[in-house]
Design a protein around this ligand. Structure first.
Ligand SMILES: Cc1cc2nc3c(=O)[nH]c(=O)nc-3n(C[C@H](O)[C@H](O)[C@H](O)COP(=O)(O)OP(=O)(O)OC[C@H]3O[C@@H](n4cnc5c(N)ncnc54)[C@H](O)[C@@H]3O)c2cc1C
Length: 384
């Protein structure tokens, strides 16, 4: 958005050292690292802590690249694939540290995870993925048949993964950061005219900040044209059933190449998510946070096909908005026209897999000038 002459000095000026925009998983984790490094940090959010994708997700902490491992090697090269896997492991370790420090206030279960094949063809692909992962010494188990006996064809088990209550996690990270959040305070314009300060126009304040980090994920293209076609808002949907008498699963994970996913909640509800593959046009390029019948129909059908023993009604359906990048890897960098405005965005549905390590890299880039590695957003900029 632009700023008119009438708006230009309306809200009071507030000087800040390090301003973070977005109080989701990534913004709160970045706040933790910046505060630990001794910076005076403030977070501003259009809504409040964890009201975006960070508490609308399925809560899987699954180490993953966006496609099966051998396909990732073909897509990104072996070095980048290994780097992203290590970033996922780093993120997982950081989440587990936050959870442990939270002393029981964040529900979490180290369930492990299963990547399940929905067809013979996917099972063959999974076998190749398993070979490539084992060749890289990754901690996985290849099941040549369906370990759940629910109509799948094969699986890769990742014993280190887990499932969390994501809303509680973000609040715990915010609390451990010691940083305060200004809620209901959308950033609508940002400029940097000289080397000294970034000017950030928000509803309640015009901030003069030494540095700003945008953790606005799916909503980034609304903030600056740099993100147009680099971060595409993409809807994801879930459902949960009423509580079951006993859990029908002791794991969580994906099937159909990650397009479908499942877990138990901590009060024994079955959660099913996905349904985007059959509805790409409907679900892509939208910030409309609502459920749609065609996607929910896919979820209902999946529930009937793989969990016919679950006969309790569905109790809740919801949606959230993810930020997809063209190559599915997150983006870390600084805005080309504003050297003190950095960003960590574009998690492509994998913020609980890659978010903590990405936030750490973004803060290190802002504070110490370190290179963000394979996450460097310059990879998407036209060569000059
Ligand atoms: C249904 C669903 C299921 C998912 N399941 C999983 C999963 O199981 N595992 C996994 O790894 N990932 C999953 N994801 C993806 C994961 O939730 C995201 O990758 C992650 O939450 C991104 O975190 P974030 O902090 O970058 O973004 P968000 O949580 O969206 O936070 C961005 C914040 O920025 C604020 N903001 C935006 N614009 C402005 C502005 N102009 N001014 C001020 N504030 C602003 C928003 O209000 C929001 O609070 C899922 C997503 C969805 C929707």
């Amino acid at each position: 958005m632009t700023v008119s002459i009438w708006q230009s000095n309306l809200p009071p000026l507030r000087e800040v050292d390090f301003l973070i925009v977005g109080a989701g998983l990534v913004g709160c984790t970045a706040a933790y690292f910046a505060a630990q490094a001794g910076r005076q940090v403030v977070i501003t959010d259009a809504l409040d802590v964890a009201l975006g994708a960070s508490s609308r997700n399925a809560g899987f902490m699954i180490s993953s690249v966006d496609v099966y491992y051998h396909h990732a090697i073909a897509k990104y090269g072996h070095d980048v694939t290994r780097e992203i896997w290590h970033l996922a492991k780093r993120s997982q370790a950081l989440w587990y540290e936050f959870i442990n420090r939270a002393g029981g206030t964040v529900k979490f279960q180290r369930t492990g995870s299963l990547l399940l094949a929905e067809s013979e063809a996917e099972a063959e692909d999974l076998a190749q993925a398993a070979d490539a992962m084992l060749a890289d010494d990754l901690n996985i188990i290849h099941h040549k048949t369906d370990p759940l006996k629910r109509g799948y064809f094969a699986a890769i088990e990742q014993p280190d993964d887990g499932a969390v209550q994501p809303f509680e996690l973000v609040h715990a990270i915010r609390q451990q950061s010691g940083v305060s959040v200004i809620p209901n305070n959308e950033l609508y314009h940002i400029t940097q005219h000289d080397d000294k300060f970034v000017t950030a126009y928000t509803r309640m304040f015009i901030f003069k900040a030494r540095q700003v980090l945008l953790c606005t994920n799916a909503y980034s293209p609304r903030l600056h044209p740099y993100f147009i076609n680099k971060v595409v808002p993409t809807r994801a949907q879930c459902l949960v059933t009423e509580p079951l008498v006993a859990p029908v699963l002791n794991t969580c994970g994906y099937s159909d190449y990650g397009y479908m996913y499942y877990r138990m909640t901590f009060d024994n509800r079955l959660l099913i998510g996905g349904g985007r593959k059959q509805n790409i046009a409907l679900e892509n390029d939208t910030t409309e946070d609502r459920v749609t019948d065609p996607v929910q129909q896919v979820l209902d059908n999946y529930l009937k096909r793989h969990f016919p023993d679950v006969t309790v009604p569905v109790s809740r359906r919801w949606a959230g908005i993810m930020g997809f990048t063209p190559d599915s890897l997150p983006l870390v960098g600084v805005l080309p026209d504003m050297p003190d405005v950095g960003f960590a965005v574009g998690f492509t549905g994998h913020g609980l897999s890659l978010g903590a390590g990405t936030a750490e890299r973004a803060v290190n880039m802002m504070l110490h000038g370190t290179h963000p590695g394979a996450l460097d957003a310059k990879r998407l900029e036209p060569a000059v």
